[in-house]
Write a protein that binds this ligand. Structure first.
Ligand code: C2E
Ligand code: MG
Ligand code: MG
Length: 539
């Protein structure tokens, strides 16, 4: 069983598997997004087409209706009211002159004559479907077998003009499965004059409350055309196209790009994991080979410029002489758990290198940076106690710096800090202001002081928001009886302003860059105050 668990763990932690999983996950997300965008685009295209088609239909239908009205008006103006030669002439003229008129008829009881000359004339056998003040309309349904007769008939007085279904179909190119309907009785009745009958009403809440001409249903598009008459409305219903996904060029392009991007992400993940792993492995070797070293940045009393201590800062100097920043390898070491080894190494190195100095200058202290996992466990207290006893240095000469971010588990952190403080160590909050701790919250923690992050010192004396924060932090810290140490002091002006605000201690390139143990011992051993040579180039 343990062998099985170990095998599973090994497979899961394989960089290849993790990279493939990242590639698959990103491919699925990107492909889904591509299909979504394509569908959206196809729908938008379809809607735009329908809008354009609807407007074209409306124009053509207005033209047809206009011609029918003009034709019947022309006949109405004829003086004759019998089927004589002038009447037949007028009927023929209307039939010829108006492209959309299929037949023009004079009808008075049994007397009837037509522009088409034959004996049979259109003769509606029912009351008009629309009865307007001037014109009456008969709408023949698309189920009517005779293509010529089945269309629109418009009447005025004793005259009728009609257009055939063929004429209508010529004027409006209805798409496959589409229908043109005339909607009557406030939306309750619809007569299909072209195309197959449609279930009516098309939506349960017809007429829809939206004033938009185009209504998009999941399976149909409905275009409502405004007419000059409130009694009827023209409606065009077209089934939605099956979306042209497989053949769509854009979609294929997006699929290609998604797969490429997903492969790239997978490859980058693989590289990143391998780099981190190799950096982790290199760090392990570095610890073994002694490539890590500790530098010390002196901390000064601002008004007297007397050195009161130093902060221990770890460095990784590789075999080729290159220097890796702690800001790069400390977070990695926190992830891999190697940070405990590093903290132990720094503690050990500090006492090995500086215990004679600390024993000779009891007022000096060394500040050690702790990581989140150091703060969570009581272990660090035991390690420090053992080393301090071994080197005969009191706990008061060792301070610990914790960042606000490392206080994630406050309960565990409080216990560790309490124990360290009880042993005699000073506890300082590092990089104060960059995390989430409020000053009043600090009051609940066993803390002696705080180090104001250099970001706030940088802006001091300038009209910037970060510059305005430092004096505020200082005043509140003093109210809470906390010691304040300013980090990153680079100019005399900053030092002067800090002194004015009541800050007693600080560190920064103005006074000294991080120094080797030998340089620190030499400088303090000489008993000098600030010497320019302390300010050597940053290592
Ligand atoms: P930190 O604890 O806030 O350390 C101060 C950083 O500011 C140091 O960078 C120091 O070299 C730099 N510094 C000092 N004076 C000035 C100045 O006047 N101007 C500017 N711009 N920078 C200044 P470093 O040594 O690169 O350390 C970076 C961070 O790495 C440290 O920030 C600390 O969080 C972490 N670190 C360093 N050593 C250790 C360690 O031994 N253990 C742990 N857990 N973290 C460490
Ligand atoms: Mg620090
Ligand atoms: Mg700091």
């Amino acid at each position: 069983m343990p062998l099985f668990i170990a095998t599973v763990r090994q497979i899961i932690s394989s960089p290849w598997l993790q990279a493939v999983l990242v590639a698959l996950a990103s491919a699925s997300v990107l492909l889904a997004a591509s299909v979504g965008v394509s569908v959206q685009q196809a729908r938008q295209h379809e809607s735009a087409q329908m809008n354009a088609r609807g407007e074209r239909f409306l124009e053509r239908l207005e033209q047809i209706f206009g011609q029918l009205r003009e034709g019947v008006d022309h006949l109405q103006a004829v003086a004759s009211r019998q089927c004589d030669a002038p009447m037949r002439q007028a009927l023929r003229e209307v039939g010829l002159n108006y492209r959309f008129v299929y037949e023009a008829v004079y009808l008075d009881g049994a007397v009837a004559c037509s522009s088409r000359g034959g004996g049979q004339v259109i003769r509606p056998d029912r009351a008009p479907d629309i009865h307007g003040p001037t014109y009456s309309y008969w709408l023949n349904t698309s189920a009517e077998p005779n293509d010529n007769l089945a269309a629109l008939v418009l009447g005025r007085g004793s005259f009728l003009v009609s257009t055939s279904r063929g004429h209508l179909a010529d004027a409006v190119d209805l798409p496959q499965g589409g229908s043109l309907l005339v909607v009557l009785d406030g939306g309750r009745r619809a007569i299909p004059v072209l195309g197959p009958p449609q279930p009516w009403p098309p939506t349960p809440d017809w007429p829809p409350p939206s004033p938009k001409a185009l209504l998009e249903l999941s399976d149909r598009l409905i275009y409502r055309m405004p007419t000059q008459f409130p009694d009827y409305q023209l409606v065009l219903i077209v089934p939605r196209q099956s979306l042209p996904l497989p053949g769509d060029t854009l979609l294929w392009l997006m699929i290609g790009a998604s797969l490429l991007l997903a492969s790239l992400l997978g490859w980058l993940t693989l590289r990143l994991i391998r780099r981190r792993r190799s950096l982790g492995a290199k760090l392990r070797k570095a610890l073994r080979r002694g490539e890590l070293q500790v530098l010390y940045q002196p901390i000064f009393e601002l008004d007297s410029r007397r050195c009161v201590g130093a902060e221990a800062l770890v460095r990784w100097r590789r075999a080729d002489g290159s220097l890796t920043s702690p800001e790069l390898f400390i977070p990695l070491a926190e992830d891999t758990g190697q940070i405990q080894q590093i903290t132990d190494f720094v503690l050990q190195r500090v006492l090995e290198q500086l215990s004679p100095l600390l024993r000779a200058h009891r007022h000096l202290y060394i500040s050690i940076n702790l990581a989140a996992c150091d703060v969570m466990l009581p272990r660090i207290g035991h390690v420090a106690a053992r080393l301090l006893a071994q080197h005969r240095v009191p706990a008061q000469q060792l301070a610990f710096e914790v960042t606000e971010r490392s206080l994630v588990d406050v309960v565990a952190a409080r216990d560790t800090l309490q124990a360290l403080r009880a042993a005699g160590h000073q506890i300082l909050i590092d990089d104060f202001g960059t995390g989430y701790c409020s000053l009043s919250y600090l009051q609940t923690l066993p803390v002696d002081g705080l180090k104001i992050d250099k970001a706030f010192i940088e802006g001091l004396g300038q009209d910037t928001s970060s510059g305005a924060i430092a004096p505020h932090i200082i005043r509140m810290a003093h109210d809470l009886h906390l010691r304040v140490i300013a980090e990153g002091i680079e100019s005399e002006a900053q030092a002067a302003l800090l002194t004015l605000e009541g800050v007693k201690h600080g560190q920064g390139w103005l006074f000294a860059h991080p120094l080797s143990a030998r340089e620190l011992i030499d400088s303090i051993g000489l008993g000098r105050r600030v010497q320019p040579r302390w300010r050597k180039a940053k290592p």
